[in-house]
Design a binder for this molecule. Structure first.
Ligand SMILES: *Cc1c(COP(=O)(O)O)cnc(C)c1O
Length: 386
C-alpha cells in the first residue's frame, strides 16, 4: 500500500503564479485592475470570443448571465438534475423556477428529449452543464432553443477546454460561464469567466458585476480617472481581484498542457479497466473532445457483493481520495421539500447516483498514482465479484 494519501485533487501552482501574485501585492493594486484586464484579453484570444468578463465565481457568472437575458419572477429555466448547487440556486436568486430534467446514461449530460418535454409557456432559457468536461448534445439543444425561442446559458464549470464538433465550448450558446474554483481545470483560488459574442449582453453583465455602476470603477483611481460615477441599476459585487487574475494569467498559459496530462491519464484508466465489466468507464462520443475535469466511473453494483459507498471507504483505507459528482439536485432536502420530487421522476440520474465514483485525475498526480488507483480498484472489484 502507498504510504501517503493521494488526494482527490491538488492544484498545479508554479513559481510564475506565486511571483505574479507577489508582483500585484507589491504594486499596491490588489483588486480589479490591469491584471484582470489582461486575463480577460488573454481569455478572449484563447477562446476566439468577442467578450470575456472576469468575475469572482462561476456562480456569479451564471447569476449575471441569467439577469442579462432578463430572467425574472415567474420565468422557468431548464437545468439538469445532475449538477452542482449553483446552477439552480442562481435561478432562485432571480425569483424564477429551475425546472429539473434528467440526463443521458452514458455521458450524464442533460437529455435533449427531456428538455423538450419540460418546455412550457413560461420557459425562457436552458442551462446545459458540460458534465465532467463532456460536451452536451449542443446541436439538439440549439435546435430546441431556436424552435421555442429560448436562450442558452452554458455552465462550463468543467469544460475548459471542451470541444463540440471541433468548436471550443465558450462560443456556442448565448453566454458561457467558466469556473476557476480550486478544484477546476485551471484555478485562481476562487474565480470565474463569462464569454459571449453579444456586445449588449456583455455590457449589461459588466455593469451588473460591479454594483450597476456606469463604467469600470477601477479606472476611477488611476491617474486618468475621475471621482465621478453613476449607478444605473441595482447590481451585484462579482468583480475579480487582480490577485486572482495574477494566478489566472499563468494558469491559462498551461490550459492545454494540463488538458493533455488529464487526457493521458483518462486513457490509462480506460485501458486499466477494459477487462472489468463491472466498471463502466466514461464515454467520449464521436465529434466530442472531453476536458477530463472529472473521471466518473459507473459501477455495476448488481454484480458485486458490496456498495458504492463501501468501495469509496475501501479506497480511502488504501490512501486514495475519491468523490461523487453529483448528488442529483432532486435528492437534496431543499428541492424535495419545495417541489416534492420523487426519485422515479428522474430515473437515469437516480440510478446513476448509486453507481458513480469520481477517481483522481489531475496534472499534478504521477502516472504511477494512476496505476495505483487502477490496481487497487481492480483488486476490490475482483474480491467483491458475485
Ligand atoms: C464548481 C461548479 C460551479 C460553481 O463554480 P464556482 O466558481 O465555485 O462558483 C457551477 N457549476 C458546476 C457544474 C460546478 O461544478
Amino acid at each position: 500500500m502507498r504510504p501517503t494519501f493521494l488526494p482527490f485533487h491538488s492544484p498545479d501552482i508554479g513559481e510564475e503564479e506565486i511571483q505574479s501574485v507577489c508582483e500585484s501585492l507589491r504594486s499596491g493594486w490588489l483588486t480589479t485592475g490591469p491584471k484582470s484586464k489582461k486575463f480577460e484579453d488573454d481569455f478572449s484570444r484563447y477562446m476566439g470570443a468577442n467578450h470575456s468578463i472576469a468575475v469572482n465565481s462561476c456562480t456569479g457568472a451564471l447569476h449575471l448571465a441569467l439577469e442579462a437575458i432578463g430572467i425574472k419572477s415567474g420565468d422557468e429555466v431548464i437545468v439538469p438534475t445532475i449538477t452542482f448547487a449553483s446552477t439552480a440556486n442562481v435561478v432562485h436568486h432571480l425569483n424564477a423556477t429551475p425546472v429539473l430534467v434528467d440526463c443521458s446514461p452514458d455521458t450524464l449530460t442533460i437529455n435533449p428529449n427531456d428538455v423538450e418535454k419540460a418546455i412550457t409557456e413560461k420557459t425562457k432559457a436552458i442551462v446545459p452543464v458540460h458534465m465532467a468536461g463532456h460536451p452536451c448534445e449542443m446541436d439538439a439543444i440549439l435546435g430546441i432553443a431556436k424552435k421555442s425561442g429560448l436562450r442558452i446559458i452554458e455552465d462550463a464549470a468543467h469544460a475548459l477546454p471542451t470541444r463540440y464538433k471541433g468548436k471550443l465550448v465558450g462560443k456556442i450558446g448565448d453566454i458561457t460561464c467558466f469556473s476557476f474554483y480550486a478544484t477546476k481545470t485551471i484555478t485562481t483560488g476562487e474565480g470565474g469567466m463569462i464569454t459571449t459574442q453579444d456586445s449588449d449582453l456583455a455590457d449589461r453583465m459588466r455593469v451588473m458585476s460591479l454594483h450597476g455602476i456606469s463604467r469600470d470603477a477601477w479606472a476611477r483611481y488611476t491617474e486618468k480617472g475621475s471621482w465621478y460615477y453613476e449607478i444605473l441599476s441595482s447590481g451585484y459585487k462579482y468583480n475579480m481581484t487582480d490577485l486572482a487574475a495574477a494566478i489566472g494569467i499563468h494558469q491559462l498559459k498551461k490550459v492545454d498542457s494540463f488538458a493533455e496530462a488529464r487526457k493521458k491519464y483518462a486513457q490509462i484508466y480506460e485501458e486499466g479497466f477494459r477487462d472489468i465489466p463491472e466498471i463502466q468507464t466514461p464515454a467520449e462520443l464521436p465529434n466530442c473532445e472531453h476536458a477530463w475535469h472529472l473521471y466518473i466511473i459507473q459501477l455495476d453494483t448488481d454484480k458485486l457483493r458490496t456498495t458504492r459507498d463501501k468501495i469509496i471507504e475501501n479506497l480511502k483505507q488504501k490512501n486514495i481520495g475519491t468523490s461523487v459528482h453529483f448528488i442529483p439536485l432532486h435528492m437534496h432536502p431543499y428541492f424535495k421539500e419545495r417541489y416534492g420530487f420523487a426519485p422515479e421522476e428522474f430515473p437515469v440520474a437516480s440510478a446513476a447516483y448509486k453507481k458513480i465514483i469520481s477517481l483522481p485525475i489531475y496534472p499534478k498526480m504521477q502516472e504511477e498514482d494512476v496505476h495505483y488507483v487502477i490496481e487497487t480498484l481492480r483488486e476490490i472489484i475482483l474480491t467483491e465479484r458475485k
